[in-house]
Every structure is written in C-alpha cells, then in structure tokens.
Design a protein around this ligand. Structure first.
Ligand code: UDP
Ligand code: MG
Length: 321
C-alpha cells in the first residue's frame, strides 16, 4: 500500500458524496495503491451510513471505517485514523473538500521526490478569516513558539493537512497523551518537514463546527500541553512583587520616621490587596490547569472509544473490533 488517507468526519453527510467522488477520481488518476481510513466522530446525522455504503460499493479497493461511540473531537479521530492506517505513507485531510484530494496527491509526489524528507505539511499562504480571528491566530503562533518546548521548527500556519512517512505516524502513535494538539505534536516529533503552500477552497457544504470559544480552548490547551512557562510566571511576578514591597517598605519607614509624615495609606492598601489577591488567584488558576491535566492523564482513559471498525477489501466487508 502506497498511501493511507485519514479523513475525520463529523456531521459531514452533505460533503461526503462529493468527497468520495473527488478523492477516488484523484487517487485513481494518480495510479496510487491507496486506502481510505474514514473515522465517524460520533455524528448525529447519517455520516456512518454513508461511510459504510461507500465501503460496500467497492469504489475504493481498501476502506477502513471507524465508528466512535460519541463525539471525541477531531484530534481523537486523527489518532484513531493513524492507528488503523497501514500505508507506507499517511495523508490527512478534512472531509469538507477545503483541502483538495488533488493537492494531497501533489504533496505525496513531493514527498516521494524527496527521499531525505519525512513529511510534507501544507500551509495557508493567505489567510481568509476576519481581522480579529487572523490577529488572534498570529498572536497564538508567536506565543506558542516562544513558550513551547521542542517546537522551534514548527511550520507557521501549517494545519494537519499533511502527508508523512510511516515512521512519523509511528512516532505520533507512541504519544498516548489525552490532550492532543497535533500542530504541536507534529513539530515535537521532529523529522524533516517540507512546507507546501496551498489555498484552501471554500467548504463544499455544511458549516465549520468550530466556535471562537472552542478555538480559544484549543489554543490554551496547546500552550498548556507543550509549555511549562506559565507555571514559572508565578515565580517572576512573585519575585518582582516581593522586591517592590521591600522598596516600598523603606519608603514608608522614611515617610513615617524621617519626614514625620505618617501616610494615610487606605487606597494603597486596597490596591495592593486587590493586585496581590488577583495575581495569587491567577497563579492558582494556572497551577489548576496543569493539575487538571495531570488528573486527566493520570486516569489513563482512552482518547476515544470505537464501537465498530469495518474493513472493506474490494467491497467485501469485514467487521473487526
Ligand atoms: N471534525 C471532527 N470532529 C469534530 C469536529 C470536526 O472529526 O468534533 C472534522 C470535520 O468533519 C472535518 C474536519 O474535522 O473533516 C475539520 O472540521 P471543520 O471543517 O469543521 O473545521 P475547519 O475547517 O473550520 O477548521
Ligand atoms: Mg473545514
């Protein structure tokens, strides 16, 4: 098998028929011996029925369909996809055709043309989001790169639209963490990565399921998962406050005894209490974020639960697991 293509699908019944046509046409035309690994991330529509019908149709020689017991999120779907992929190379793309199968083929060819490289990562040359969204993203990449460990070679603006070799997939699978942030994971595992400029198309149908709140959560998850810098914030702010308080103490003493001018002090005290109380709570919150992650990781729960896995070879279905 040359290539396994992993596609996470969540409520994509409008896009899937288009995706199947485009993907099979593109991969067949490229003469690839390929496999589609389709993961239904607990959709409430008929995404699963569409996946199964496609597998049974035999339009693609090898199809693996994984059905989650509920919605576990795209990262979980990607992990499930990777663990079922058997190709020498693995590609990841979305179900909504924003990332075109023809581009994936071009990325695969690029990887094959560069034996020294292990991964081809598509990045968006031009952004299409609103100004606020784009500015937040930009800020996130700067903060993330400055704080995260082992991710200095991260391709800016690269999504998880990628094609990579088996060893990269194995490295990702060896990271069993619960909070998965694939932009960071890809950077962390290293390997030689070639950036590949692409222009995302509009969604074929339906709408994106990401809200701004979810994106913010995703971004903070990424930082907390890859950096311990926020924990050190307390040390810095605390020491600065301590030094400032010693200086202030001597100023008060000088006022009281040198100038015989005992200060009134009430507003100062209120301000200091609020400032230090605020900082203490903020720090506690940050520690809480890490403790919560230790708690979640410590429970060792699986990242996803698959209720069935259907494998199709030439249209013959076989249920495994
Ligand atoms: N997706 C998923 N689980 C989710 C949300 C999304 O598997 O909980 C899939 C979705 O079906 C699509 C891909 O992840 O194939 C990207 O989702 P979407 O298009 O909503 O995100 P965007 O392109 O706006 O980043
Ligand atoms: Mg999309």
């Amino acid at each position: 098998m040359n290539l396994s293509v992993v596609v996470p699908c969540y409520e994509e019944h409008e896009c899937l028929p288009l995706l199947f046509d485009r993907a099979t046409a593109a991969f067949d035309a490229a003469g690839l011996d390929y496999e589609l690994v389709l993961v239904n991330d607990g959709s409430s529509d008929d995404t699963w029925q569409l996946l199964e019908r496609f597998a049974r149709s035999g339009r693609a020689n090898h199809v693996v369909c994984v059905d989650f017991s509920r919605n576990f999120g795209k990262e979980a779907a990607l992990l499930a996809g990777l663990s079922h992929a058997t190709g020498d190379a693995v590609g990841i793309m979305d179900a909504d055709l924003q990332q075109e199968p023809e581009t994936l083929v071009a990325m695969y060819r690029k990887l094959m043309a560069h034996p020294e490289a292990d991964c081809v990562a598509a990045y968006q040359e031009r952004r299409h989001e609103g100004a606020l969204h784009a500015a937040l993203k930009e800020a996130f990449y700067h903060i993330f790169k400055a704080m995260a460990d082992g991710t200095s070679k991260m391709v800016p603006d690269a999504s998880d639209f990628r094609v990579f070799r088996r060893d990269v997939a194995e490295a990702l699978l060896a990271m069993p963490e619960y909070h998965r942030f694939s932009k960071g994971l890809f950077a962390w595992v290293g390997f030689e990565t070639i950036p590949f400029a692409y222009e995302p198309s509009p969604r074929a149908a339906g709408s994106s399921k990401w809200s701004l709140r979810q994106l913010m959560r995703y971004a903070t998850d990424g930082i907390f998962a890859f950096s311990t810098v926020p924990l050190k914030l307390a040390t810095w702010v605390g020491s600065t406050a301590a030094i400032a308080s010693v200086v202030y103490f001597f100023m008060v003493l000088y006022d009281a005894f040198g100038l015989q001018n005992t200060p009134e002090g009430y507003p100062t005290i209120v301000c200091l209490i609020l400032l230090l109380g605020g900082l203490t709570l903020l720090t506690l919150g940050i520690i809480g974020e890490y403790v919560a992650r230790i708690y979640v990781e410590g429970k060792g729960r699986p990242v996803y639960i698959a209720r069935r896995v259907v494998v199709s070879e030439g249209g013959r279905l076989r249920e495994t697991g």
